[in-house]
Ligand binder design. Structure first.
Ligand code: EPS
Length: 398
């Protein structure tokens, strides 16, 4: 899926640590681990977070590919200790035989032949998203140094939907990021904060869980990233892959895709305009910054639907695999709502894919090469788009 970067992680939810390699970063990328820790702290914060977040204080360790604040060009070796491991290392873990609907408990047992369902949940747990934040956070640091900012916020939490259209104006988008950053529920509209918080509270009182929809936006991306020449080079497809790879995300939308689907074409497609400086711009951004699988220079807008988490305090019907009898799920500590905590996860997944797309475009092994080439990229500007303006005929040889 990625062209230049490679990311692999290992580790279980209650094992000693999460481990990962991020390969393909150029040498000399400025990278401050404190920034990665700040992202990790955001992943732990928010209304609806489960009890585990009181135990963990995620901090990343870098043990390869990074020296004195910059990458070396070698693979970045990352680890995050699980503080909960101390409670689990000598624990007598009871047999777990009642698969929870919506989790990987049953599908993992079918796939791997596990005779103990906990083996499925240990790796399927969203605990591994901590490592995605650390590795994707390194990509966000590189992108920011190249003038690309990524941020997200909630556009719906349970039944509470915010009426937001994909924005054009960078300042309006930064204002949404700032409001969401100060919110316990990643709400970009302070007038709706209480309503979204109440939604989480009510789900908790009902002994239930609640999901929602996030919007993640990238500003400052050059036009021309991605390609339509092959199915697996389309940037929208890669972004969808990255979003749906995050546990509990079951839907993805580019721009206002689902609203657009109910409208006529003339009401959907963003007109091309020329501003006074010769830039080709759009007054609207319903395409979400992608046309033909290629960035068009507008803000890139991805929406993602998160299901309500599957561990509910109210039991769900299941079958006990020990005796085949109808049964009910046994509650294990979980989040009532993980939506606010998922914002940095999606930002970091976008960071991974977008940095890869930039590196695919410009190549380069050192930071000087990469940043110089990004600065010289063709723009969506009349000066950079000379046209021959003469008629021609298709000249194949058959
Ligand atoms: C998570 C840690 C896990 C889960 C959660 C994500 O901790 P524990 O199982 O010890 O409570 O709470 O995983 C899920 C919600 C899930 O559905 O997989 C974390 O660090 O984010």
């Amino acid at each position: 899926m990625l062209s230049r970067l490679r990311y692999l992680s290992a580790g279980e939810s209650h094992g000693p640590r999460l481990t990962a390699i991020l390969d393909g970063l150029p040498a000399g990328v400025p990278l401050d681990p404190a920034e990665l820790d700040a992202l990790l702290a955001r992943r732990q914060r928010g209304d609806g977070a489960g009890g585990r977040m009181k135990i963990e204080h995620d901090r990343v360790q870098l043990s390869g590919g990074w020296v004195n604040g910059r990458t070396t060009g070698g693979p970045l070796a990352l680890s995050i200790p699980n503080l909960d491991w101390e409670r689990w290392r000598d624990k007598d873990v009871p047999a777990f035989t009642r698969p929870r609907p919506g989790h990987a408990d049953l599908s993992g047992a079918v796939k791997f032949g596990h005779r103990e369902l906990r083996l499925s949940l240990e790796r399927a747990s969203a605990r591994e998203t901590a490592m995605r934040v650390a590795a994707g956070g390194a990509c966000l640091c590189a992108l920011r140094a190249l003038g690309v900012e990524v941020g997200g916020y909630a556009v719906a939490l349970g039944a509470q939907a915010l009426d937001l259209t994909p924005a054009v104006d960078a300042e309006a988008i930064r204002a949404r990021w700032a409001a969401a950053g100060a919110s316990r529920v990643a709400c970009p509209d302070p007038t709706r904060e209480d309503a979204l918080r109440a939604e989480v509270r009510e789900a908790r009182h009902a002994r239930d869980t609640v999901g929602g929809v996030l919007e993640v936006v990238a500003l400052g991306l050059p036009a021309g990233l991605g390609s339509y020449t092959q199915w697996d080079r389309r940037l929208d497809a890669k972004l969808a892959f990255a979003v749906l790879s995050v546990p509990a995300f079951k839907g993805v939308e580019v721009g206002a895709a689902f609203t657009n689907a109910g409208l006529r074409g003339t009401a959907v497609h963003d007109p091309v305009q020329r501003d006074a400086a010769g830039n080709l711009t759009r007054p609207s951004n319903r395409a979400g910054g992608l046309e033909g699988g290629v960035t068009n220079g507008m803000p890139l807008v991805i929406r993602a639907a998160m299901k309500p988490l599957s561990s509910t305090l109210t039991p769900l019907p299941t079958v006990d695999l020990a005796d085949g009898a109808p049964s009910e799920t046994v509650y294990e500590r979980s989040d009532v709502c993980a939506l606010p905590r998922a914002v940095p996860i999606l930002e970091c997944m976008l960071g991974l894919v977008l940095l890869d797309a930039l590196l695919e475009k410009v190549g380069g092994d050192s930071w000087d090469e990469v940043s110089g080439r990004v600065a010289g990229l063709r723009r969506c500007h009349l000066d950079d788009l000379p046209q021959d303006g003469v008629s021609w005929s298709l000249g194949y040889r058959e």
